[in-house]
Design a protein around this ligand. Structure first.
Ligand code: C5P
Ligand code: MG
Length: 192
């Protein structure tokens, strides 16, 4: 299986690139942000709890997102692999993901980290907020808090995957096509 962690701060282009990668490599896209937003739209209890955290740019507790991902992985048998977009976001989430995949006799192939400077992220997110309807994209303080939470809680995951020799940095500024090409080169490199 080809299991990719598409990593990067909010606004790095993970969702945009995931759509293209899953088409090219026949993967299942697992975006915890999208799953949480679907729960909110469906008005579930989980969605209600998640909404207050998401609207502040805070993280939903590990056990909640781990449970969600575990369910989704179990429900998608016999696929080429997965693109994890926006997950894991903490070290406990990364460890839990390794365990879930191990049970399926597979593991993470590589972490591809889209690198984009912070000022560019803020511009991109506020731009997206004009069309996405996402409250967390529209408020500058929330956007800034999401980047802070990323730097504090999520960035350490680079070292987690570096220690496993699975980390690759990808320059995340430029055209969508050029960035896609860099991602494909990195994937084809580890596959070969
Ligand atoms: O990944 P995305 O940027 O779409 O996530 C939006 C929000 O969902 C995050 O800012 C966070 O509040 C929540 N989230 C989370 N834990 C995850 C993924 C998303 O708390 N693993
Ligand atoms: Mg996204």
């Amino acid at each position: 299986m080809l299991n990719i962690v598409l990593f990067g701060p909010p606004g790095a282009g993970k969702g945009t690139q995931s759509t293209r990668l899953l088409e090219k490599y026949g993967l299942v896209h697992l975006s915890t942000g999208d799953i949480l937003r679907a729960e909110i739209n469906a008005g579930t209890v989980l969605g209600l709890t998640a909404k207050s955290l998401i609207d502040k740019g805070e993280l939903v507790p590990d056990e909640v997102v781990i449970g969600m991902i575990d369910n989704k992985i179990s429900a998608s048998a016999n696929k080429n692999g997965f693109i994890f977009d926006g997950f894991p976001r903490t070290t406990p989430q990364a460890k839990a993901l390794d365990e879930v995949l191990q049970k399926k006799n597979t593991g993470i192939t590589c972490m591809l980290a889209l690198e984009v400077p912070e000022p560019e992220l803020i511009v991109r997110l506020l731009e997206r907020g004009k069309v996405s309807g996402r409250a967390d994209d529209q408020d500058e303080n929330t956007v800034i808090n999401r980047i802070k939470v990323y730097n504090e809680s999520t960035l350490p995951l680079k070292d987690f995957y570096k220690a496993q020799e699975k980390f690759a940095a990808i320059h995340g500024v430029g055209t969508v096509d050029a960035i896609f090409e860099s991602l494909c080169e990195a994937i084809d490199g580890v596959k070969a």
